[in-house]
Design a binder for this molecule. Structure first.
Ligand SMILES: Nc1nc2c(c(=O)[nH]1)N[C@H]1C(S)=C(S)[C@@H](COP(=O)(O)O)O[C@H]1N2
Ligand SMILES: [Mo]
Length: 314
């Protein structure tokens, strides 16, 4: 099994400093860059408040970043159930039905059962969270999600103390998901989190983006967002949540155990066996950026991994 190589690492795009500088000089001369020269990159100096009460939970010392466009977020996707090319999920998901939707909750908790999507959402306040998403393929985006903190949702199911992990499952609908008719991955897609990761303040069950319900290609109607981990932890179109006492199997770890671990914390110091994780390309940008430890969210999450060897627990 395999995951596509970083499709953005093409020699035509690996820009040396000289070319970058001369391009900036050209743009400056052409009046395209502002006086500060800040126009080219959607960088931290381009901060603007989202205006929402909750807003971005930014890493210490970092201002909220400018989100990618709705078009970028909904037309450059990984959702192998709809095909392996970045355009496939948008092109092949029009026939997917995210309504009606039921999430089955089971395992070590006091309130298991089948929850209709509307009932699942109803008791909670929908919050806005703009997060960086860092794909293991070395590209990234900034996405203005909306949703429910997973910690709040979990509280309602009253997990037992014996529940140490939460396991998630994507819907299995080969009739609506053409990728599931081929053995691209073992279907259905499954993921999991340790209980402390699942209940961390940053962890979100996303139900929308840019103020609209999640489009099919982004994981309608409900998907997981774990912003300090590689994007593949963010399982889409969830139909099952299970509270378990042992570390659950995860799809990419089953498919390629030497390449993808359970933890999948963003770590620029641990290369993927087939490519570097030191830098990334923000979709829509020209120059590569340094990848940040824990995707820049270390102040909120690093303590959960104290004492763990993050080279072994990749
Ligand atoms: N069910 C399912 N969930 C999935 C995937 C997938 O193929 N199937 N791809 C993952 C990967 S590799 C990434 S990078 C993110 C991409 O989310 P986005 O397309 O909304 O940016 O979804 C993740 N969730
Ligand atoms: Mo990814």
């Amino acid at each position: 099994m395999w995951i596509k190589r970083p499709d953005d690492v093409k020699s035509s795009e690996i820009t040396d400093e000289k070319l970058y500088i001369s391009r900036r000089r050209f743009l400056a001369a052409a009046g395209i860059l502002g006086a500060s020269g800040a126009g080219l990159l959607a960088c931290n100096t381009d901060a603007r408040g989202s205006g929402s009460a909750d807003g971005e939970v930014a890493a210490a010392g970092q201002e909220p970043e400018k989100p990618n466009t709705y078009e970028q977020i909904t037309s450059y996707n990984n959702f192998y159930e709809f095909g392996t090319d970045k355009e496939d999920p948008k092109q092949n998901s029009a026939g997917f039905h995210p309504q009606p939707w039921t999430v089955h909750v089971e395992g070590l908790c006091k309130k298991p059962g089948d929850y209709h999507f509307e009932d699942l959402i109803k008791p909670h306040k929908i919050v806005d969270r703009t997060y960086r998403l860092r794909c293991v393929e070395a590209w990234s985006m900034v996405i203005p999600w909306e949703g429910i903190p997973l910690a709040e949702m979990i509280k309602r199911f009253e997990p037992q103390p014996s529940a140490k992990f939460v396991a998630f499952t994507t819907v299995l609908r080969p009739d609506e998901m053409p990728g599931q008719r081929r053995p691209i991955l073992p279907w259905p897609y499954v993921e999991g989190l340790r209980m402390d990761e699942a209940t961390n303040d940053l962890t979100l069950m996303a139900t929308g983006l840019y103020g609209k319900p999640l489009p099919n290609q982004d994981g309608a109607p409900i998907r997981l967002i774990v912003p300090w981990k590689y994007g593949f932890k963010g399982i889409k179109s969830i139909v099952k949540i299970a509270f378990v006492d042992k570390q659950p199997a995860t799809t990419w770890n089953i498919a390629a155990p030497d390449e993808y671990g359970f933890y999948a914390n963003v770590n620029p110091e641990v290369d993927h066996p087939r490519w570097s994780q030191a830098t990334e390309r923000r979709i829509g940008e020209f120059r590569r950026r340094q990848t940040l430890m824990f995707n820049g969210y270390g102040d909120k999450v690093a303590s959960m991994y104290a004492g763990m060897d993050l080279r072994k627990n990749y």
